[in-house]
Design a protein around this ligand. Structure first.
Ligand SMILES: Nc1nc2c(ncn2[C@@H]2O[C@H](COP(=O)(O)OP(=O)(O)OP(=O)(O)O)[C@@H](O)[C@H]2O)c(=O)[nH]1
Ligand SMILES: [Mg+2]
Length: 292
């Protein structure tokens, strides 16, 4: 609180200026980061406080903003909330997550005709404090999803020459994994996923936020089984379709088997394939990587 005391005006009125605003807090995706390792777990990060107001009606300086840099692919979620506050997908994207608090009012604001020497000044309002959880998903170009045992890992093995676990029992893939393939000097990252079941759908969805191609792999001898996961597939497809450049295709596997059924109706491309006889693999590769 401040009063002016000028030589000619020893009892000058109140002159305490307002405090500055606290800084805002931003998150920005930066290509300099490939993981969240630089952000200490449970860290408390805070933008600068606003400076107090001063004599001569001087307004306090506003606090500097704080920008927290994260890799592209970081999803920011408020604790205990389901939907992310933001998904920073591309480098350079920036969002504000909290507002700095308002500065306090200096006593200059409280002078009235009856109270010329107010001894009131208000405290600044605290800015918002949020508890945020960050999840980073590395970039996968081609996401492979589908029910248990449909041949997702076999597809990745056949197309990329990598060796994910392949087995005749369901849930042989327990965790999502990334597999790299170089084709014509371009690098493609494939995402292999565990079987698509309702309980795992949200975790899988978060991983394919940045994928450009979605491959839905179905066992052509078990097409009647897909009713169970049809709704989840639709959810994924709807999500993918928001981005016009992304591609979606169905892969019908095991067409070498006698019970194979290639009759499947969809508006997307369909690739009937066999990872045993390699039938249909060339067409699938062309869809994924373009013509040689
Ligand atoms: N005959 C034949 N068998 C196939 C084909 N594709 C996959 N299989 C077999 O089907 C079984 C399941 O294959 P995976 O690639 O492990 O299937 P997945 O979808 O990754 O299975 P989960 O990880 O458990 O969801 C394995 O025994 C494969 O050898 C195919 O085109 N033809
Ligand atoms: Mg698998």
């Amino acid at each position: 609180m401040s009063f002016s005391h000028l030589p000619k005006q020893p009892r000058g009125g109140p002159d305490g200026g307002d405090g500055g605003r606290g800084g805002d807090v931003y998150f920005q995706a930066s290509e300099e980061y490939q993981s969240l390792g630089h952000l200490q777990k449970d860290a408390f990060l805070k933008a600068e406080d606003g400076a107090p107001g001063g004599k001569n009606k001087r307004h306090g300086k506003n606090g500097k903003e704080l920008t927290i840099y994260v890799p592209a692919g970081t999803s920011i979620c408020e604790k205990d909330k389901k939907e992310p506050l933001a998904d920073l997908i591309s480098d350079g994207e920036k969002i504000k997550v909290t507002e700095g608090g308002a500065g306090g009012k200096g006593n200059i604001n409280f002078a009235t005709s009856t109270n010329q020497a107010p001894r009131i000044a208000t405290k600044g309002k605290g800015g918002t404090v949020k508890t945020l959880e960050l999840t980073f998903s590395p970039k996968a170009d081609i996401a492979v999803i589908g029910p248990a045992n449909s041949g997702k890992s076999s597809l990745i093995a056949c197309v990329t020459g990598n060796s994910p676990i392949i087995a005749s029992y369901p849930f042989s893939t327990k965790k999502p994994s990334l597999w790299t393939y170089i084709h014509n000097f371009s690098r493609y990252v494939f995402l292999d996923t565990p079987p698509l079941i309702p309980e795992a759908a949200a975790d899988i969805k978060i991983l394919l936020r940045r994928a450009q191609i979605l491959l839905i792999v179905l066992d052509s001898t078990q097409l009647s089984e897909i009713d169970k996961i049809e709704l989840i597939i639709k959810e994924f497809v709807d999500y993918f379709e928001i981005y016009p450049k992304r591609k979606i295709a169905y892969v019908l596997t095991k067409i070498d088997k006698p019970k194979a059924n290639k009759k499947f109706v969809t508006s997307y491309s369909i690739f009937p394939v066999s990872f045993k006889s390699e039938e249909g693999i060339e067409q699938l590769k062309e869809f994924l990587f373009g013509k040689d």
